[in-house]
Design a protein around this ligand. Structure first.
Ligand SMILES: [Mn+2]
Length: 360
């Protein structure tokens, strides 16, 4: 897909938006996803004078939300914007939403299928930038795209929440610094805000929707700092500390394969991302895997920051042939799940794949 043509297609989508449209936004339920949605909603509001009629946070494999989305969409909205959701998974569902007038997808996960068509505008960093896609969070991409069409400068700090949440800070230090200056604050304060947003997403998912509206309405960082959210952040940081310790105590270390496997037990399964990021940021030359049992399933996250192992491929290989399994994401960061009775198979295939790389 040609860059110029794609940007024209994007401008065409924005140009076609009017007061008569009812826009729905579906976003990944994490810091990058919700920031992408807030930036997008601000842009839609500037263009149409209307708030989005529907906003859904969505996690992969959440069948209940998926069903609700597909039921409500045709009743309430005629245009759909999907942000920060892997299209290889979500793309298959898009067949079911061809009743929409137009669809805009902005995402940065690895993909196989280019969804661009007459009705669908699909924008991915691969089409626009030489940057590695995982280093170009969806929130920054949304910010850059809409900022071409209208002045969104005032929402620069929201893009930073997504950048920090997706562990891409080191790729955007200049932008973070500039944003902190323009907002008369520090990078540290913006990091605190990201922690607060992630804390609500992890600890009290039911309140995460509120965060979207807080970000959407906020004009500046301090408009978001509500006491009830800051209390959740304190709880979150306590749980994080506890789990980091627990993980370290039970680590399985495989030095020859530069592999460390961690296990945690928690009531807040999505906290895995934060724990594995914290470990991996200290050990960029190790493949780090963290897993936890939830019901009949094992869920896992993997990280590798020097690029020697592509953890999205690694996990995809490790789940091969396992029914009801899934895995995917980015080269340095990926996640997935399997039914727990296949944990041995998963481990066996994981080691086999690593042996191929390390020549065992
Ligand atoms: Mn993302």
């Amino acid at each position: 897909m040609q860059k110029k043509f794609l940007l024209e297609k994007f401008a065409g989508f924005c140009g076609s938006l009017s007061q008569c449209d009812n826009v729905a936004i579906v976003h990944h339920n994490d810091a990058d996803g919700i920031s992408s949605a807030a930036i997008t909603a601000k842009a839609v509001f500037k263009i149409t004078g209307k708030k989005p009629v529907l906003v859904y946070g969505f996690n992969y494999r959440n069948k209940a939300t998926e069903k609700k989305i597909l039921e409500e969409l045709p009743k309430k909205a005629n245009k759909l914007i999907i942000v920060d959701l892997a299209t290889d998974y979500y793309g298959r569902k898009l067949g079911k939403v061809d009743f929409m007038d137009a669809i805009l997808i902005i995402d940065h996960h690895e993909f196989n299928l280019d969804l661009n068509s007459e009705k669908i505008v699909f924008i991915h960093p691969k089409f626009l930038s030489k940057k590695n896609s995982s280093a170009y969070p969806a929130s920054k991409l949304c910010f850059d795209l809409f900022n071409r069409i209208l002045d969104l400068q005032a929402a620069d700090w929201i893009a930073c929440i997504g950048i920090i949440g997706d562990n891409a800070k080191k790729h955007w230090l200049g932008f973070l610094k500039k944003t902190a200056q323009r907002n008369k604050t520090t990078i540290k304060e913006i990091e605190g805000l990201e922690r607060m947003v992630s804390a609500v997403g992890v600890m009290q998912k039911e309140k995460f929707g509120e965060i979207f509206w807080v970000l959407f309405k906020a004009e500046k960082i301090r408009d978001c700092m509500e006491k009830k959210f800051l209390e959740i952040k304190t709880e979150f940081e306590k749980e994080e500390k506890r789990l980091e310790k627990e993980a370290k105590n039970g680590v399985e270390d495989f030095p020859r394969l530069e592999l460390e496997i961690y296990n945690i037990k928690t009531n807040f399964p999505t906290i895995k991302s934060q724990i594995v990021n914290a470990i991996s940021n200290k050990k960029p030359k190790k493949t780090i895997i963290i897993w936890e049992a939830s019901g009949n399933n094992i869920r896992f996250s993997a990280r590798r920051q020097d690029g020697k192992v592509h953890v999205n491929r690694l996990l995809e290989k490790a789940i091969e042939g396992i029914p009801n399994s899934n895995a995917g994401g980015h080269i340095p960061a990926a996640a997935g799940g399997i039914p727990k009775e296949y944990f041995k198979t998963f481990r066996k295939q994981l080691f086999e794949e690593l042996e191929k790389i390390y020549g065992g």
